[in-house]
Ligand binder design. Structure first.
Ligand code: BEZ
Ligand code: FE
Length: 325
């Protein structure tokens, strides 16, 4: 491929044309090696990957020592990765690649009027556990987690404003010490630590839901490995602002993976994984001791918040109006 440095922004005009041709040739031959791949999508993705990786090397004039350092970094990511510690996802998170993938796959739908806009998505994170217990609407997913009692309520609707009955609402969160249950010591028999701060419920016929839990705390992402070193080298904080994770699904609707964040948290502007969106920052309003929702009496202060959830139609499916239970 011939390259015109005046049109190709990835070409450094200070690099000698003969040298440039050598560099371009390496890229072209690598791209060509994927030309006969059976799947057009595979070809497209691999061609893009090669073009961007090679452009990165050419533009930064990457040194061999830097390349070796990067390879050693990836080796360390592999070494520390286990079934429960996924350093490569953490790397994707702190490089903003996870949030960029979410942005690409969750169109903002700007044409939908204000409160009917689908709720913003954010990162999944590593602490979801399949099979967390079901609680009824008004139930408590804290299961003894430490923290100020917290009541969360809202509605689940589709983008037409129709209530979504029977939406499955999975929630999980860190306790007031900033730990998820799975980060606690294993049970006495060596099994999983007891379930705390997680569970699922189903929205009622009118699309409403509500549950008790605890006020979450901010916490650092795992930073005792290579990703932690990367953050430290950039003087970046490993902290995430306090949040409660949600995964909400309903028939014919796009499954939403998101969080709600606690307004006023000191790490909102510096979330290590770039997950904060203004629409997801909620007031958790302090309440006095006494009678509280779902027939509960709380002895000390507690907090409450409201999170109304709008689910987008599944790709290829029209939004349904109700009847999703
Ligand atoms: C989390 O919020 O649970 C999380 C997200 C990304 C990386 C680490 C933790
Ligand atoms: Fe989290």
């Amino acid at each position: 491929m011939t390259v015109d440095p005046t049109v190709d922004p990835t070409v450094d005009p200070t690099v000698d044309p003969a040298q440039r041709a050598v560099e371009r040739d390496v890229t072209d031959r690598t791209v060509a090696s994927f030309a006969t791949a059976g799947s057009a999508r595979y070809r497209e993705v691999m061609t893009g990957l090669v073009e961007h990786l090679h452009a990165f090397v050419r533009e930064t004039r990457l040194t061999e020592a830097e390349w070796a350092h990067a390879i050693e970094f990836l080796r360390r990511c592999g070494d520390i990765t286990t079934g429960t510690r996924q350093e490569f996802i953490l790397l994707s998170d702190v490089l903003g690649v996870s949030m960029q993938t979410i942005a690409v796959n969750n169109p903002v739908g700007a044409e939908v009027p204000g409160d009917r806009r689908p709720t913003d998505a954010t990162v999944f994170g590593p602490f979801f556990v399949d099979g967390a217990p079901e609680v009824p609407v008004g139930g408590d997913v804290a299961f003894g987690a430490k923290g100020v009692p917290c009541w969360v309520e809202g509605t689940v609707t589709d983008t037409s404003g129709a209530p979504v009955a029977g939406a499955r609402i999975e929630v999980w969160e860190a306790d007031e010490d900033g730990f998820y249950d799975v980060q606690r010591e294993p049970a006495a028999d060596g099994g999983r630590p007891p379930t705390q701060g997680r569970g699922h419920l189903f929205s009622a016929v009118d699309g409403t839901y509500g549950f008790w839990s605890v006020l979450p705390a901010s916490y650092p992402i795992p930073h005792d490995g290579p990703v932690g070193d990367l953050l430290a080298a950039a003087s970046r904080s490993p902290y995430r602002p306090a949040h409660i994770h949600f995964m909400v699904s309903g028939d014919g609707l796009r499954t939403l993976v998101t969080h709600v964040f606690v307004a006023g948290d000191p790490y909102l502007a510096t979330d290590a994984v770039f997950g904060v969106k203004d629409s997801l920052v909620l007031d958790f309003v302090e309440q006095p001791a006494g009678d509280a929702p779902a027939g509960r009496r709380v002895e000390g202060p507690w907090v409450r918040t409201r999170f109304d959830i709008v689910l987008a139609p599944s790709p290829g499916a029209a939004a349904t109006s109700g009847g999703n239970g």
